[in-house]
Design a protein around this ligand. Structure first.
Ligand code: NAD
Length: 516
């Protein structure tokens, strides 16, 4: 099935059907029609998969795909034109230009958290560049995956655009194929599998990964607005957003006030009981749900009701041991994650720069709001933690859920050192009105993107490239960056045969010409 699909795409690409601009425009128009016609179906599929609120599906996915498809469609003519470049005198007379040619047959592997957006936005860019495309949606969002497969077969050119559904097995089979580009969005572990597999065929890759995106706040900003923007970025899609602010680094003068303001923003957004809010999502599956519970301060969530007295006793001992372990574990690395921990010297410095909060005994911090969960529906309330320590489990791995730790940090310099002691994140956010502070973050930290006084919204523009750096990925897309990712920029030079000025470099070469 997988290899047949791939062979078909190869054949379609070789036939040249994907190259004409008319084909590309027709596919992009059909993609937009598909989104418009089946808006409700997408909303329902995402609600079934993720409990995703309808407004989030429309605003954060469907509208963005339609906008991207329109943006690239309207600029195709410009981007596919010859781009003439001035030639050096040594090559005169000559003309030189670049031309964007499609890469060929490309693979798009999508994750589950924005399952429509992250499958169809790269698809739009790949079509714009004139490729045959295979899309592999995530098996963890099965309703959306099936819908994407059905609709693409119905709306787009079946010869040149295919969907392969399935999990690691099917993805593994796809990775055995000789694609001309692989575009992967997801976690770092699978990113490494994808890159290793691509290396076998020397296939170029784009890796859109994640990481712990920091958010710095100091006293120069309006805390009310900062809190609302942070709460929106963090708790949209129940925190399962690659560019969500993972944790806050706040200066001591405003840290506690900020924590309280974020709690107020949560109530303003989702009401007193977010569980009943139509605007608040759920955790994708039990594995992620249980993983997230372990990041909360010990005792926040009552242990599952044990069935026998023996298990009851064992579980009580376990909980007590966990609590003790957390307290004495301050020097031990956080749970296994891709985030390499700071060096010993960096840790020593952090000890003087990260403020402990009197009365906060768990390294995860104190619960300011939230902490309520429901296993049945995989609900975790928007949770704010205050006074979190760097060695807490919640500061080890990418949280990817609705838990927001606030680390109190001496000042902006200490925050920069803290960020630089960890792998480079997908995004960094700075809420400060001091120009020097903003510039310091811009010049001294590295991240996929940087937002001043906002969260998430940097990815809304098709005019700005979107991608990671270091552990958060490589390559970029959106708009022209996406078009170029799926294109080979070919250099063409044309030189008239007469006069044959190249004879200046033909052997035998004399001193005059070489300067030797
Ligand atoms: P996921 O589990 O849906 O996996 C992503 C894709 O990899 C899926 O299509 C899946 O089938 C495939 N896959 C899973 N295991 C595999 C294996 N062993 N071999 C081959 N393929 C395999 O998604 P995820 O990894 O849970 O996604 C969450 C991560 O993605 C987070 O780290 C998040 O930050 C990141 N993310 C990044 C972006 C971005 O744009 N940079 C966007 C969304 C998510």
């Amino acid at each position: 099935m997988v290899s047949e699909s791939f062979t078909q795409l190869k054949r379609a690409y070789a036939s040249g059907r994907t190259r004409p601009l008319a084909w590309r425009r027709a596919q992009l128009d059909a993609l937009r029609r598909m989104i418009a016609d089946h808006r409700q179906d997408f909303i329902e599929a995402e609600t079934a998969d993720l409990g995703k609120p309808a407004a989030e599906t429309v605003l954060m996915e469907l509208n963005l795909i339609a906008a991207e498809a329109r943006f690239v469609r309207n600029r195709l003519g410009l981007w596919t034109r010859r781009q003439y470049k001035p030639m050096p005198w040594s090559l005169q007379p000559a003309q030189g230009w670049t031309i964007a040619e499609p890469k060929g047959v490309v693979l798009v592997i999508a994750p589950w958290n924005y399952p429509v957006l992250l499958a169809l936005e790269p698809l739009a860019d790949a079509i714009a560049a004139g490729n045959a495309v295979c899309v592999k949606p995530s098996e963890l969002s099965p309703h959306t995956s099936t819908l994407i497969a059905e609709l693409i077969a119905q709306y787009l050119d079946q010869e040149a655009i295919a969907v392969v559904e399935g999990g690691p097995k099917e993805t593994g089979e796809l990775l055995d194929c000789d694609f001309d580009h692989i575009f992967y969005t997801g976690g770092e572990r699978v990113g490494k599998i994808v890159m290793a597999a691509a290396a076998r065929h020397l296939t170029p890759v784009t890796l859109e990964l994640g990481g712990k995106s920091p958010c710095f706040v100091d006293s120069t900003v309006n805390l009310h607005t900062a809190a609302r923007r942070i709460a929106w970025g963090k708790f949209s899609n129940a925190g399962q957003t690659c560019v969500a602010p993972d944790y806050v680094l706040a200066t001591p003068d405003i840290a506690e006030a900020l924590a309280k303001r974020i709690a107020v923003a949560v109530t303003e957004f989702y009401g007193e009981n977010p569980e009943a809010s139509k605007d608040y999502g759920r955790i994708i599956n039990d594995r992620h749900f249980e993983r997230l519970l372990k990041l909360l301060p010990a005792g926040t969530v009552p242990p599952q009701e044990p069935s026998s007295p023996l298990i009851k006793a064992a579980s009580a001992v376990g909980a007590a041991a966990e609590m003790v372990g957390r307290r004495i574990n301050a020097g031990i690395d956080a749970i296994g994650s891709h985030n390499a921990q700071p060096s010993v010297a960096e840790k020593q410095q952090q000890q003087t720069e990260i403020m402990p909060i009197p009365g906060v005994i768990d390294s995860a911090g104190r619960v300011v709001c939230g902490g309520k969960v429901d296993r049945e529906t995989r609900y975790i309330a928007p949770t704010v933690l205050f006074g979190t320590q760097p060695d807490a489990p919640v500061m080890g791995e990418e949280i990817f859920g609705p838990i927001l730790p606030i680390v109190v940090v001496k000042d902006a310099d200490a925050a920069i050192r803290f960020i630089n002691s960890r792998p480079r994140p997908l995004a960094a956010y700075v809420f400060s009105n001091r120009r020097a502070v903003r510039l310091a973050f811009e010049r001294r930290t590295s991240s996929g993107s940087l937002g001043y006084s906002l969260t998430l919204a940097q990815l809304l523009s098709s005019r700005l490239p979107f991608g990671g750096v270091g552990a958060s990925g490589m390559g970029a897309y959106h708009g022209k960056a996406g078009f170029e990712t799926f294109s080979h920029i070919k250099t063409v030079v044309s030189k008239p045969q007469f006069p044959d000025t190249l004879q200046l470099v033909y052997p035998p070469l004399d001193e005059l010409r070489t300067g030797l």
